[in-house]
Design a protein around this ligand. Structure first.
Ligand SMILES: Nc1ncnc2c1ncn2[C@@H]1O[C@H](COP(=O)(O)OP(=O)(O)OP(=O)(O)O)[C@@H](O)[C@H]1O
Ligand SMILES: [Mg+2]
Length: 226
């Protein structure tokens, strides 16, 4: 993995990445894709096609067995189930937790946390216990954690899977707005075709490789016909 300063090149470059969880069982087979800087792309594919494996490789949680991955740093990762990543008792403390490795004053930490919570419209819940949040609010706390760390790339693994249709669209609109305002790059995994209306491009993964990519409307039409 290159912790890349890669000029104006794409924020994410994957070239022929292969990964197997166990010998002979390839989860990714020669997977290649590029996400331009400042764009919001979505990743679709049937269950088991390798979406979560690919996101873990991009986040540096796994290494490809062959091939090459370059990704702009820092990377923020939002898991499908926010209970897997919210570790502190309150909203403010959880967002601040990701900043412990940075040498910031308490004032700087407070300002970063408040700014990130404001972006996801949760500032009024700063002192709220995590257990008292809805699923959608937990997702937004996880996203605020990545934003507080000033991530350049946001990876989101089915962030709307647990949400009702209204909360689902609220979240995708909010992330769309944040990506644009902050000039971030995002890769968002989903099974829900109505979310494609908010992205710049789509990758379709099948059995561990990208089999189609590009314009969201075209890919959506192809999937609706299938
Ligand atoms: N921790 C693991 N150990 C062994 N095999 C795994 C592990 N995680 C995933 N796999 C296997 O790798 C393949 C790809 O799984 P992955 O979770 O990446 O798919 P996915 O596209 O995210 O699916 P879904 O839509 O169900 O989330 C599957 O065959 C799966 O069983
Ligand atoms: Mg998955």
């Amino acid at each position: 993995m290159e912790a890349a300063e890669i000029g104006n090149s794409p924020a994410i470059v994957v070239k022929d990445a292969c990964f197997e969880w166990s010998p002979g069982k390839l989860a990714l087979t020669s997977c290649s894709l590029e996400v331009p800087r400042g764009e919001f792309w979505m990743l679709l594919g049937t269950n088991g096609s390798g979406k979560s494996t690919l996101l873990r490789l991009l986040a540096g949680l796994l290494r490809p067995h062959s091939g090459d991955i370059q990704i702009q740093q820092p990377v923020g990762f939002v898991f499908q189930n926010p209970d897997c990543q919210l570790v502190m008792p309150t909203v403010g403390a959880d967002v601040a937790f990701g900043l412990v490795a940075e040498k910031l004053t308490p004032r700087q930490v407070h300002d970063r946390v408040a700014e990130a919570l404001d972006l996801v419209n949760l500032l009024d819940l700063y002192r709220r216990p995590i257990y008292a949040l809805s699923g959608g609010q937990k997702q937004r706390v996880a996203i605020a954690g990545a934003i507080a760390r000033h991530c350049e790339v946001l990876l989101l693994d089915e962030p709307t899977a647990l949400l009702d249709p209204d909360s689902q669209l609220d979240l995708v609109r909010q992330v769309r707005r944040i990506v644009t305002e902050r000039n971030l790059t995002a890769l968002w995994v989903t099974h829900r075709l109505n979310e494609l209306d908010y992205c710049d491009g789509v990758f379709l993964l099948d059995r561990g490789e990208v089999v189609d990519w590009g314009d969201p409307e075209r890919v959506k039409a192809r999937l609706m016909e299938a």
